[in-house]
Design a binder for this molecule. Structure first.
Ligand code: ATP
Ligand code: MG
Length: 594
């Protein structure tokens, strides 16, 4: 059945919604695809739902193709399995928790590792049952701190999540590779530019992990890429190459010096160059060691100060730090914190006052660049004083290292040493070798060939289905509106009748009606603008805003036996004899459909 604009539940808007920061959000609302209910919670209107369903179809086809089996878990889940893996607490404020009438705890599932693991445990018991891959396309809930950009980051969203179950690591590798290949096909079909980057394997005992990022200037993820060797990684996952130990035989003993009026790294460096010139070259920001204190809030609510030492020319990157300390959350270390710990002299904190063994007892982690033998200027733990020639390994040690300093374009590639490039993207998919951590926590074991119980090894794989709709829109629009790739457009063709009404222009409407019917009979999905007493200008604007790839305009030139076919993506228009239009449209739709 053709969608008729005269009755379609749709109102396009001329004005941008006030809360829309990115083009996809603006256009999806204006073109009548989605409607906001509450922050991060959206209704899919008829046109939007059709796009969402088409994305689902692509994902479903490619999952079926690799032999994964679809099932559907509830979204409303009991607490116990999540308690068993520790995630009930680890999720902190990021999940929706609720109680039933008896006071029992439930949650709305943010992801379903626990449920899949238990289902396999419930039904399977032998290595002969493996390998197995299961998936669902389901609504997930996360109480995101910053829901954003419409359905791009929702609090309710649709995800395809799949899970693989194997008896050994080689099986897991195969399952992972199958998913990786399927994801490449999915994202190719969805029609956006993406990169595959190394991702954080997480604190949860996983090993290999990659993300599929749609390239987008306003994406929330930053990744780096090496133009020389092809290395690509989310900045969260970048490992700084540890420099070789350097000799400090010639470095004099550390000495504390008065450095008045040096509240910033720049003023400190200027002061050093004026009063304590270096023998080999001027002092630079990178010669100073900056010690930053943050507060970690653990899932159980306990708060822990953490000191991080980074070269003074680098900042702490919030996302990199967050990824390292997960599931703890990071908060600022405030005046109260300083007041409570006399060993910490604000602005002049040096390694001497840091570390679990020190007076402050604050755990101290260093950037890997602060390696054995490197020489630093840093706080002397006294107001107005810094210490010079403090050598790592000789004069101080820490509790360990941490990858929390920012990664910059030009930094050395961890793989080949060339300069890295940096860009932004939106996480569209994530594939992850979980290993045995969930199977162990929930007791998923099967009998192996020798009749011995073996813990099953698992992978978990996600695609943001609703996010994909926004992501495709983000990558396919112009100033006039959306420009859907054919495979996920809400319809194949938009037929526009531009006459006044059926009394004044009966031929136009009759012909448009006929073309719509014949196209439909050929299996082409049509959005038909059959509205009466709506000006051609409004109809054209709407067709551009809605963004169906092929637009057929039936109007005045019908008198001469001519109609117009417009290509929404290229803007190209051509006139064709009315008798050829169906064949032309069918060819266009079929021709570029894969
Ligand atoms: P992000 O880093 O963007 O918060 P995530 O790493 O927490 O995502 P996963 O747990 O890996 O997300 O979920 C799998 C996929 O689900 C993601 O790759 C993404 O495409 C999608 N997704 C995650 N959170 C949301 C959300 N709030 N709204 C829409 N899609 C989401
Ligand atoms: Mg992820």
């Amino acid at each position: 059945m053709a969608l008729r604009m005269s009755t379609l539940f749709l109102r396009t808007l001329r004005e941008d919604p006030a809360d829309a920061e990115v083009p996809s959000h603006r256009l999806l609302v204006r073109a009548g695809y989605i409607r906001r209910v509450s922050p991060g919670i959206y209704t899919w209107l008829p046109l939007g739902l059709r796009v969402l369903r088409r994305v689902e179809t692509i994902v479903r086809q490619e999952m079926d193709e690799i032999g994964a089996q679809e099932l559907l878990f509830p979204a409303l889940l009991p607490r116990e399995p999540y308690e068993a893996t520790g995630r009930w607490n680890e999720y902190g404020p990021n999940i929706f928790r609720l109680q039933d009438r008896k006071g029992d705890d439930y949650l709305l599932g943010p992801t379903h590792e626990e449920m899949f693991t238990l289902a396999v445990k419930d039904l399977y018991s032998s290595y002969k049952d493996l390998p197995l891959a299961l998936y669902q396309i389901q609504t997930k809930y996360r109480d995101e701190a910053r829901p954003r950009a419409g359905v791009l980051r929702g609090r309710e969203f649709v995800m395809k999540d799949s899970y693989s179950f194997d008896i050994d690591a080689a099986g897991l590798d195969r399952a992972y590779q199958l998913h990786r290949d399927a994801y490449i096909r999915i994202f190719d079909r969805l029609g956006f530019d993406y990169v595959i980057v190394q991702a954080m394997a997480g604190a949860m005992g996983g090993s290999k992990s990659e993300e599929f990022l749609a390239t987008a200037e306003n994406g929330e993820d930053t990744y780096v890429r090496c133009p020389h060797c092809g290395y690509a990684a989310n900045v969260e996952a970048v490992r700084v190459p540890v420099p070789d130990a350097v000799s400090y035989a010639d470095v004099p003993a550390a000495h504390a010096e008065a450095t008045p009026d040096t509240p910033t790294i720049e003023t400190l460096v200027a002061h050093l160059n004026a009063h304590f010139p270096r023998e080999d070259r001027p002092w630079a920001a990178g010669d100073t060691l900056k010690n930053v204190i943050v507060t970690l809030v653990h899932p159980d609510g306990t708060r822990e100060p953490l000191a991080i030492g980074v070269p003074g020319d680098r900042e702490i990157d919030e996302k990199r730090l967050g990824a390292q300390v997960e599931p703890a959350e990071v908060e600022a270390f405030d005046e109260k914190g300083f007041a409570a710990n006399a060993a910490l002299v604000k602005g002049y904190i040096g390694p001497g006052a840091l570390g679990s063994e020190s007076a402050s007892k604050v755990r101290y982690l260093l950037d890997p660049r602060v390696s054995e033998g490197t020489r630093w200027v840093t706080g002397a733990n006294e107001p107005g004083k810094h210490v010079i020639d403090l050598v790592a390994g000789r004069d101080f040690t820490a509790d360990g290292t941490i990858e929390a300093a920012d990664v910059r374009p030009g930094d050395a590639c961890p793989n080949c040493g060339h300069g890295l490039e940096s860009a932004r993207g939106i996480e569209m998919g994530h594939i992850f070798q979980l290993g045995t951590m969930y199977a162990e926590a929930l007791g998923l074991k099967v009998l192996d060939q020798n009749g011995k119980l073996q813990t099953v090894t698992m992978g978990s794989y996600g695609v943001g289905v609703s996010r994909a709709v926004a992501c495709v829109a983000e990558g396919n629009h112009d100033e006039l509106g959306l420009r859907w790739p054919r495979e996920i457009s809400p319809a194949d063709v938009h037929v526009v009748a531009t006459g006044k009404d059926t009394t004044r222009d009966p031929e136009v409407f009759a012909k448009a009606e006929e073309i719509t019917r014949v196209l439909e009979a050929q299996g082409i999905e049509v959005l038909y603008d059959d509205r009466q007493k709506v000006s051609p200008g409004v109809k054209f604007k709407d067709s551009e805003l809605i963004g169906i790839p092929t637009i057929v305009v039936i109007g005045k030139s019908l008198e001469n036996g001519i109609v117009e076919i417009k290509d929404r993506a290229t803007g190209e228009r051509r006139e064709v004899p009315v008798d050829d239009v169906v064949a032309e449209v069918v060819r266009e739709v079929r021709g570029s459909a894969s």
